[in-house]
Design a protein around this ligand. Structure first.
Ligand code: LLP
Length: 440
């Protein structure tokens, strides 16, 4: 069986998470329903941090909140002592609403608007990760007006391509993100930033991709960055106090996936930074990382209720659920693979093979192809595992399907942390046609 964290099969043959029978959650909150195993999120957060503590190094583990942002989730990140990576005004607003300490917030993005940057400055967030010349100019102007300075990192593209799906690789040279390390762009940026009264340059940032299973890419990125740092020490007398190597640590969506434990990723990163620092004669900079998926991904499970079935003789059996690409767009967008079980009959033999179809009006709305299951019936509850990252955060209202609720479970207690959208919510921003308003 493919179970993570506190998930287990209980005496009734049901799936249990955080000490709670998920069937009772389906009954209480309805389906589709995202369930988060809070103990597993805590465990993941602690493991990353412990790896740095054991090495006795100054570090920040910033939760990349794009993976799943909500007030409760940000509060949990705060409770666990994480820092926070936000990439938009909306993510920043959520963090502020959640009471997250602004000084531990880092602001990313390749096209931050003046309003977003102003908001970041007003809240005196910890660091802005400058991505491009346009942003340097706007931020400098805003700082001048406010009579303020701000700590910044420069996002660079180190030209390292991580082994992952093309769409989610962001570290290669041909990228919309950051300053190129090899064509003189980054030097131009450093000069501007160092000359400006507005900025305190802490160091550099890179993010080489996502769902990465080995450490070679991180090591290579560190090597390339340090070579440049040594040059910049000569040219600009610039000594970095921070090196941010981004996120991207892989998780186990299916049995085929073989990610490394958090302490191995961190261990290799530390080793590479230490070795380079020693080689080039730098003090070890503070290391920052930004895991998103690996903090919340396998802690999330989505429950669906099974509805219609369609047998295509000699080809396949389609089994439809009450959600789909509206709550999990990853299979349609990235051909992402998931494991799943029938949550109300975990102990039944899996002697049927079916394909799980979403309910959206689109042939591409397929969640899982060729899943082994017991013979399923209308009303069975399907649990899809590892949906905690980029599930809710990429959910949408295609076909005007309301977004599901989100529940946190821990030690036998469940807590609703995001309410299910209602049909009224779906139309709440709609305005009627002028002529209809006149009539009424
Ligand atoms: N830092 C930066 C600058 C990033 O761009 C990302 C992700 C992260 C950290 C966190 O990466 P993680 O640890 O979660 O892999 N929607 C895609 C993933 C896009 C990731 C974008 N950047 C998916 O569903 O797989």
């Amino acid at each position: 069986m493919f179970l993570h964290g506190t998930s287990r099969q209980n005496e009734r043959g049901h799936l249990e998470i955080g000490g709670i029978d998920v069937l009772s959650l389906a009954e209480r909150y309805g389906t589709p329903l995202y369930i988060y195993d809070v103990a597993l999120i805590r465990e993941r957060a602690r493991k990353f941090q412990k790896a740095f503590q054991e090495a006795d190094l100054k570090a920040q583990v910033a939760y990349a909140s794009k993976a799943f942002s909500s007030v409760a989730m940000i509060q949990l990140a705060e409770e666990e002592g994480l820092s926070l990576d936000v990439v938009s005004g909306g993510e920043l607003f959520t963090a502020i609403k959640a009471g997250f300490p602004p000084e531990r917030i880092h602001f990313h993005g390749n096209n931050k608007s003046p309003e977003e940057l102003e908001m970041a400055l007003q809240h005196k967030i910890g660091c802005i990760v400058l991505d491009n010349f346009h942003e340097i100019a706007i931020t400098e102007e805003l700082c001048k007006r406010a009579g303020q300075t701000v700590d910044v990192l420069l996002r660079i593209t180190p030209g390292v391509e991580a082994h992952t799906h093309d769409y989610i690789t962001t570290g290669q040279e041909d990228s919309k993100f950051g300053f190129d390390l090899h064509n003189g762009q980054v030097e131009q940026a450093i000069e501007q930033v160092l000359q400006s009264q507005a900025f305190e340059l802490l160091g550099v940032h890179c993010h080489i991709g996502s769902q990465i299973f080995d450490t070679a890419g991180f090591v290579l990125a560190a090597d390339k960055i340090f070579e440049k740092l040594a040059e910049w020490r000569e040219t600009y007398s610039f000594i970095p106090s921070v090196l941010n190597l981004g996120g991207g640590f892989g998780i186990r969506y299916t049995k085929e996936d073989e990610p490394l434990p958090a302490d191995v990723y961190v261990g290799k990163i530390i080793e590479a930074v230490k070795a380079n620092a020693e080689h080039f004669g730098f003090d070890i900079p503070e290391i920052w990382i930004e895991p998103g998926r690996s903090l919340v991904g396998d802690a999330g499970t989505t429950l669906y209720t099974i509805g219609s079935q369609k047998q295509v003789p000699g080809i396949r059996k389609y089994v439809a659920i009450d959600g789909g690409m509206s709550d999990n767009i990853r299979p349609a967008l990235y051909e992402a693979k998931y494991e799943a079980s029938v949550a109300n009959r975990m102990n039944a033999g899996r002697d049927d093979t079916v394909s799980i179809a979403g309910k959206c009006c689109e042939s591409g709305d397929m969640l899982i192809w060729d899943l082994e299951v017991p013979e399923v019936r209308d009303g069975d509850v399907l649990a899809v595992f590892c949906t905690g990252a980029y599930g809710y955060s990429m959910a949408n209202n295609y076909n005007r399907i309301p977004r599901p609720a989100v529940v946190f479970v821990e030690d036998g207690e469940a807590q609703l942390v995001i309410q299910r959208e209602s049909y009224e919510d779906i139309v709440k921003l709609d305005l009627p046609l002028k002529s209809k308003v006149k009539q009424s």
